[in-house]
Design a protein around this ligand. Sequence first.
Ligand code: FAD
Ligand code: NAI
Length: 463
Amino acid sequence: MADYDFDVIVIGSGPGGYVAAIRAAQLGLRTACVESRETLGGTCLNVGCIPSKAMLHASEYFDAAANGAMAKMGIKVTPELDLPTMHGQRLDAVKQLTGGIAFLFKKNKIEWLKGTGSFVDKNTVAVGDKSYTAKDIVIATGSSVTPLPGVTIDQKVVVDSTGALELAKVPAHLVVIGGGVIGLELGSVWRRLGAKVTCVEFLDQILPGFDGDVRKEANKIFKKQGIEFKLSTKVTGVIVKGDKATLTVEPAAGGSAETIEADAVLVSIGRRPNTDGLGLDKVGIAPNARGQIEIDHDFKTSVPNIWAIGDVVPGPMLAHKAEDEGIAVAENIAGQTGIVNHDVIPSVVYTWPEIAGVGLTEEAAKEKGEIKVGKFPMLANSRAKTNHEPDGFVKVIADAKSDRVLGVWVIASVAGTMIAQAAQAMEFGATSEDIAYTCHAHPTHSEAIKEAAMGVRGKPIHI
Ligand code: FAD
Ligand code: NAI
């Protein structure tokens, strides 16, 4: 048997890669992880999930003080924005969490190979001027922002999500290109801090992939909060002069163009897999038409000892999906049976209120067969009402014959927390009756899930 430097080399230390490395080390494999950033944790910890949530959390407090929500509860304050401190607490969160991964690497004796990794052959990865061999190699290189042809991201006036996290002042007018998750989360941050926000979306609705009712309701809520939407509209050009931008937009279906003046432009039209410079040609792996690395059920590529997980493979680009794949791939490499149920991956937009879903949309479920739907408004949930959080609803979709839950969709202040119980119920193959007859603590937002489930087969109590 060949003598390798490591049992496993993981390329990339995002939620997919670092979790795979830790699990592999826990299972007794000699593990290394290649990462080119200064800190571990990938997109998620450095410039994604964590810093965006730090800004969302802080700006939510500012907004509650500024928009009268706190005054309504008898707390009168006039907030003053200290943006450097807000950015400081974002950077602190990132530092602590990325440092935490470095600590876990040390604890688990994982070697961090600092630099950019590329394949030399199927068992060898070059990092800088050194090469390392391993029996198994995991590609977890993640994704980067999709560029908009003809639009140059300068990270000053025209920014991607990384630049939008770091703006040094609140832009008077921020134009967001793309009404997806990033556009709505980061658009919300700057709207709350005082920017006028216009969102230009190519499709006729925001949030592609979400349930139709949810997309419509979310649009209404964000409009009410002051975000202006230009749906079915495409950006054909952005010209920057000094610290201002002029966007040219026209109807997606064609028609007359108009211009929009902006102080900042956020390009958030999706992300694409990172495979450039990885030397995939050296091992005979060809990315598919969408640039993703195809894998089988076990996360194996077309080369038996090379595996791939996370944003670089097909499926939703979500940190928790990458993490679960990281655990499963390490277990498979160690000869165990690592499985991820891709039918039950929750998705959360961390706006106010939060928007969450798991399983099938109503539209997709209808295509598969007969369904029953139960819906319950947050307005009728005692806790949401008491907390002055009337917006949103819960929708439970179940198979008409078996009553098995096929999908759950939530718009509520704590939808991201609520969706976990729906995911667990679906993972256990629950019926809507199972949820309806589970005792839920009162008064909690989660009672709305129980009531929506009651609505599938009969009537909820409180409406
Ligand atoms: P990544 O996290 O992208 O990590 C890949 C790592 O590999 C990077 O650090 C990169 O430097 C490194 N790398 C790439 N190529 C090489 C190479 N050749 N050699 C060495 N190193 C290399 N998801 C959620 O679930 N919840 C959220 O709230 C959320 N918020 C987000 C907010 C923003 C602004 C963004 C941009 C994304 C957000 N995401 C969120 C998505 C989430 O960040 C990704 O799904 C997740 O990071 C994917 O993990 P990964 O391990 O596949 O790749
Ligand atoms: P996205 O795919 O969510 O949304 C992109 C939007 O841009 C779509 O609505 C699309 O129709 C629109 N679009 C595409 N081209 C356009 C054009 N030329 N003009 C106008 N609109 C156009 O992508 P986004 O928001 O960039 O996020 C990337 C990924 O990051 C997502 O897949 C998401 O899963 C992940 N992410 C997850 C978060 C979370 O879980 N809370 C937070 C942020 C990102």
